[in-house]
Design a protein around this ligand. Structure first.
Ligand code: TYC
Length: 101
């Protein structure tokens, strides 16, 4: 009996897909106290006092500042949470998200 050896023609390759990332952006306004912005950045984005102060001042001077990059879900949840903290105090503090290029 002859045995026929059939070699598979399809090659299996694996591709690791990274999820698209989203930036969380802090927007400046004229009413939210600086110290409150710093508090929110520390609480929601786990920044230390120095990082939070620098980010707040960048937004204050330039109008906006990218805070961090996360997966879409995390970015949107954190932006919402941080915006809500300002809203609770009657401040117009606003965080938005944007896909990273
Ligand atoms: N501009 C605000 C003030 O002068 C402080 C502030 C900074 C508010 C950054 C928002 O994203 C912001 N009180």
């Amino acid at each position: 009996m002859t045995k026929t050896l059939v070699k598979p023609r399809t090659k299996v390759t694996t591709k690791t897909q990274r999820p698209p990332l989203y930036k969380v952006i802090l927007l400046n306004d004229d009413y939210t106290p600086r110290e409150f912005v710093v508090q929110v950045l520390k609480a929601v984005f786990r920044m230390n006092a120095d990082q939070a102060y620098r980010v707040m001042m960048t937004a204050h001077i330039k109008g906006a500042c990218v805070i961090a990059v996360y997966t879409r879900d995390v970015a949107e949840t954190k932006a919402k949470e941080a915006t809500e903290l300002g809203k609770q105090k009657g401040y117009p503090l606003f965080f938005t998200t944007e896909p990273e290029e």
